[in-house]
Ligand binder design. Structure first.
Ligand code: SF4
Length: 319
């Protein structure tokens, strides 16, 4: 009789907070409640949150995901994603008489209002963010063309040549790297001492907390895995935070994507999930790891989150 081969040990440190934030939770609830209230199909402009698993589950229940409002037929309700939309989108929906629900995260809406306020004060806005991200497109769409300039890096900030350097303001995307953004802001403040910034942080609590949690465990780990989508800004940032701490890190969407080679020689593995990744995907990965390793799991929590956002009027009572 052959002796079973012992599985190698693996210490797994799971970061907390991780996974769903209040904005993602709210956005998903809005689609679910819209399906209950109106029945299928409910159209959703853009992925409601950047997670394929979440999108597929909602699609199975009758949500239809499209990229543009023009793809939404007349007479059906449409939900705008958590990332926010340019003003022209709800305007156009109103023009067409479409029933729409705005799932924009309230923390993104707050940046929209700050942008409007700065423009009303006559300031030109330097916006720190990633070109092409839907949140950036949505925020640019709150102000007239030419009122905002995108700066992505320290180099961009060094090169920026405004026409009126004494009359600037800066705002940021909510899901950036805390450290990289601080560097960009430092350059802007050095070059343009009169520049005004938001009263608090534009980088949201969830992004900040998930990055701090990764920082707290990264140096204890030989490698770190982040569950999240490649188009999820906050998830990609978590990989960068770990790498900046000197810990090799990988982004995977599901356990099935795990490259086992990455775990060669790894005795302590860190694990986290981006703000749009559900906990079920974390457990799926832990189960998969347990097939090959004797896993000793512990959670390291740096903060407890208690944030929650109200649902839009009309839907709260439909629940
Ligand atoms: Fe809102 Fe932050 Fe979550 Fe984005 S990551 S939905 S800004 S709480």
């Amino acid at each position: 009789m052959s002796t079973p081969v012992a599985k190698p040990p693996l210490d797994l440190i799971i970061a907390a907070p991780r996974g769903f934030c209040a904005g993602v939770d709210r956005a998903i609830q809005i689609v679910e409640l819209a399906l209950q209230k109106f029945g299928a199909p409910v159209y959703v402009r853009h992925e409601i949150v950047h997670n394929r698993f979440v999108v597929d589950q909602l699609r199975d229940r009758g949500a239809v995901f499209v990229e543009e409002l023009d793809d939404v037929p007349d007479g059906v309700p449409v939900v705008f994603s958590a990332h926010g939309v340019p003003k022209a989108v709800p305007d156009k929906a109103t023009e067409r008489g479409l029933e729409f629900l705005d799932a924009t995260c309230p923390l993104v809406s707050k940046v929209h209002r700050q942008a409007e306020r700065m423009v009303a004060l006559g300031r030109h806005i330097v916006f720190i963010g990633h070109r092409g991200h839907p949140e950036v497109i949505g925020t640019f769409g709150q102000v007239p063309d030419g009122a905002m300039t995108l700066v992505e890096t320290v180099t961009d900030a060094e090169r920026y040549a405004p026409t009126d350097p004494a009359n600037l303001a800066f705002l940021t995307q909510t899901t950036l790297s805390m450290d990289d953004t601080a560097d960009v802001v430092a350059v802007l403040k050095r070059r343009f001492p009169a520049i005004q910034g938001p009263p608090g942080e534009d980088i949201c609590y969830a992004t900040a907390n998930r990055q701090a949690a990764v920082k707290a465990i990264a140096r204890q780990c030989d490698a770190l895995l982040v569950i999240g989508a490649p188009n999820s800004s906050n998830s990609v940032r978590l990989v960068e935070v770990a790498e900046r701490e000197g810990t090799p890190a990988r982004l995977i969407q599901r356990a099935a994507e795990l490259d086992w080679q990455f775990l060669t020689g790894v005795r302590t593995l860190g694990l986290t999930a981006g703000a749009s990744a559900p906990e079920v995907l974390v457990r799926e990965l832990v189960d998969r790891l347990a097939e090959r390793f004797t896993v000793t799991e512990r959670e390291e929590a740096t903060k407890r989150e208690t944030v929650s956002f109200k649902l839009p009027r009309g839907l709260d009572v439909a629940a």
